[in-house]
Structure formats: structure tokens, C-alpha cells
Design a protein around this ligand. Sequence first.
Ligand code: APR
Ligand code: PHB
Length: 389
Amino acid sequence: MRTQVAIIGSGPAGLLLGQLLHKRGIDTVILENRTKDYVLARVRAGVLEQGTVDLLDAVGLGARMHREGLVHDGTELCFDGRRHRIDFRELTGKTVMVYGQTEVTRDLMDGRDAAGLTTVYGAEGVALHDVASERPRVTYMKNGVPQELVCDFIAGCDGFHGPSRQAIPSSVLKTYERVYPFGWLGVLSETPPVSDELIYANHERGFALCSMRSMTRSRYYIQCRLDEKESEWSDDRFWDELKRRLDDEAASTIVTGPSIEKSIAPLRSFVAEPMRHGKLFLAGDSAHIVPPTGAKGLNLAASDVHYLANALAEFYGEKSSAGIDAYSQTALARVWKSVRFSWWMTMLMHRFPDTQPFDYQMQVSELDYLVNSKAAMTVLAENYVGLPF
Ligand code: APR
Ligand code: PHB
């Protein structure tokens, strides 16, 4: 088989890249090792920056998002038993769209199918070959039969654990990492959200987040230790702990119910440089991971593929390599700013094992300063709604 751009991974990065390239008449094949249902079963954050919303509109797949998504003008920070609103619209003129990543993925998959584009699900043993040559190729097994995909370029959209980043020689690749000493225990419930907007809570017992998927389906998180297991957290224990970390009003009005999903996720910051080696380009989680505190993961995948699609369109359309030569530097400039913001939000809102009373006072003091300073709230708001692409 042959294509112009071989895309590894059928997550948001790979799917959105495929649609952006299709819009420009560039042929792609996506190789995905899991099944479509497995990919869709992943529960992930869904706060979309305006830039991400615009990209889904640009590929003609924004209709359901606008119909079912929730536009949020702000968010609330909760500390010292009180909630303080950060008004994105007033401070930046921008908003965010709350629309689950699963739904974004579903819309992109439907759009790819409708366009008759090829995705090979169940592609096993995907391996990249000759990525620095003029004839890169990808091999894999499908139903036990060896297959080869010859291409002009490879887009490694295969997430943190995929093979693409490993195809960059260790003598070339430089990685940066911070692993946080705690996790997030998340619960999904068919209950109305406790508030119309998200609540990020800093409490002496640990961080908590009140989010949502719709006005009837809520997503809640509490910070937990990395050695804890979901089985140790009954629904009742989860709800009791969440209420202890919220203000009195939220704790007294929250509607609890049975969890339909419960999982613990670790938190890390990670960046790999460069995001290009020869004919291989990394995009999304294959190149960087952010703690979910700033809701940046999906949005960074979107800005990466925005830059990459433009660069590849320039190559095929204008026979210019300027864009692909600049891709890594361009993408990393925005990646590092989002990595910094996600790290800053995580350091501000969580209780670290070695946190001393002084350290907690510093967090509360910074939060108190922030919610009483228009300048400080504007800094948070412009990073949260998304820096320019
Ligand atoms: N072969 C083929 N496909 C693979 C392989 C492999 N060896 N390894 C991983 N994949 C697939 C995964 O099954 C997944 O569907 O690559 C896809 C990567 O998708 P994501 O992990 O969702 O990463 P990305 O598309 O970059 O989206 C980033 O997803 O993980 C969240 O928080 C993250 O919101 C962010 C977004
Ligand atoms: C979520 O809804 O899952 C979510 C929202 C915002 C975050 C993280 C997760 O910062």
C-alpha cells in the first residue's frame, strides 16, 4: 500500500491531522493498533480552546459540538472554603467549549469514514523504517498477514507509549520530564453538575475538580496517592472526600450517585525534542504530556497538527520545505508555554507529600493575590482559554 502521509494513531491528533490534510487534497492512511470501540471507550478531559473549536469547524465537523457542547465564560477557584470566579470573557474576550474528548474523537472518526478515508484498526506490530531516507515506510501485521505502507512522510500521533518517538535516534532525541507524586481519582456519574462552570479546589486534604460532560453527566476528581487503588474507594467514600474539599455551598448541594466510571491516572509533564526527524513528525501525546490541571492535552494535539498540516500543504502545494523545516521549533514554542501553565496550575493547586505549613500558606497567599488582581486573573485566563496558534 502507498500513501502521501502515513499517520500512526487514531486519537484526536491523528484523526484531526487526517481531516486537515484531506481538506487540502493530501492522501493519508491511519494505522491504529486498537479497535475503534477501544479508542472511543477512553474517558478523557474535554475543555476545548477556541483554536481547537475553529479547527473542528474548519474541517466541517463542529456541528454536534456546537449543538451539544457547553460554552463556558469562566471557571471558579475554591480555597479557604470560598469560591472565586475567573471571568474569561471579561478578561480576554474568549470562552472555552466543554465537549468530551470521546465526542471529539467520535465526530472525527465519523468524518473520516464519511470521506471514505482509510483507517486500519487492529494494526499490530507497527514499525517505522528508514524515517531519515527518501523512502520511509511503515510495516505492521493485520489478521496475521504482514503489511507494508510506503509513504512520503510519517506522522507519529501514537501517544506517549507509541513507537514513533522511539524511532528518533537516542543521540538526537532530548527529553524533559517531571513526574508528580500523586494521582487523580476520577469518577463519572449520571448526575447534574454541582455548578454551571468548573470548580478547581485547593484544600489542605488535597486538590479536587468539579467538571462535567453535559448538564446531566458530571466528572469529578480528587487528588490521591499513587499507591492507592480504585477498589479502595467506594462511591460513598469518594463523595464524602470530595465534599470535604469543596466550599459549604457546593458540598451541600452536590447531587451524588453511582459511579459509571472510576479510575486513577498519574500526572506527569513530559516534552521530547525535536518533534521532527527526517520524514517523521511527532504530534500530540507522542511528543508531550501535560498534567490535566490546565486541560491542555487535547488542545496541544490540535495546535501541533494545525502547524503540521500547514507545513505539509506548503510542501505539496508550493514545493517548499520551509514549513516542515520549521515545524518542530514552531510547535515546541507553543508546547512549552502550555507545559509551563499546566505545571504552574498543578504546583498551585495540589498538596505535595513534603508540603510544610509554610508551603500551604504560600499557595493560599498566591491564590488570594490572584483572585484580587485583575492582572493576575488575566494571566491565568489567557493561558486557560489558549494562547494564539
Ligand atoms: N500502533 C498503532 N497505534 C498506536 C500504537 C501502536 N504501537 N500505540 C498507540 N497507538 C494509538 C493509541 O491506541 C491511540 O489511539 O495511538 C493513539 C494515540 O492517541 P492519544 O493517546 O489520544 O494521543 P493524541 O491523539 O496525541 O491525543 C492527545 O489524548 O491522551 C489524551 O490527554 C491526552 O487529551 C490528550 C489527547
Ligand atoms: C474533565 O472534564 O475531565 C477535565 C476538565 C478540566 C481539567 C481536567 C479534566 O483541567
